[in-house]
Design a binder for this molecule. Sequence first.
Ligand SMILES: N[C@@H](CCC(=O)N[C@@H](CS)C(=O)NCC(=O)O)C(=O)O
Length: 227
Amino acid sequence: MRLYSVPLSPFAARVRLSIYRKGLNIEIVPPPEGGIKSEAYLNLNPMGQIPTLVSDSGFALPESATILEYLEDAFPTLSLRPIDPQDLACARLILRLPDFHILPSVFTLRGMRDPAKRDREVVKTQFEALDRGLSYIEHYLSGDPWAVGDRASIADHALVPVINVVNLIGSSFGQPDLIGKYKKLDAYWQAAKTDEINAKVIAEQLAALEMPTIKIVASVAKSAFAD
Ligand SMILES: N[C@@H](CCC(=O)N[C@@H](CS)C(=O)NCC(=O)O)C(=O)O
């Protein structure tokens, strides 16, 4: 099996977290030559997005949330799904909330990191939307060091890479502590960073900022966290 991934993408990072935590033998590879809009890649993932998981039989699965669930079904040992139905529902909620309420603003703001390209009104509106998104997570977080219950779950895998990119985007606009006002979220992040697997993926995301080869991917993936 292999996972097409780029280091900084919060969508790819959440899948890498599951792969590492479950100790799966899945090769993690960059997009093929030609990038994510090449014919070869579009044959695997017609949306032309990262990540894509490809099984040994050639089954190619896009969409990070779906991939996380597939990994749970295909490799149930060391389950990352809470057992209690209510906890599981909360984990799935926390998995999805950033996609609707945080990452769209992060990506828009990312396109405006250059002060010359900033529209003040858009920046203001997007930071407000991002803040609302963080408040939703605060509402549903059940504690620390894990987002739901007393062990790692798919919710943590969605959340950790997202907080990392929220911090990065805040820093590029002179607001490095966007989560500080949210007590549960802040405590969660402080604890989450000390977990070895989380720390590995956080470091991979941060290291990507220094990698010149990532720029090749970024020229294709306009909205990606990849340049
Ligand atoms: N809903 C998708 C989103 C994936 C996504 O947007 N990936 C970005 C990388 S961070 C990408 O490939 N962007 C390029 C594009 O959308 O054309 C998922 O959860 O996997």
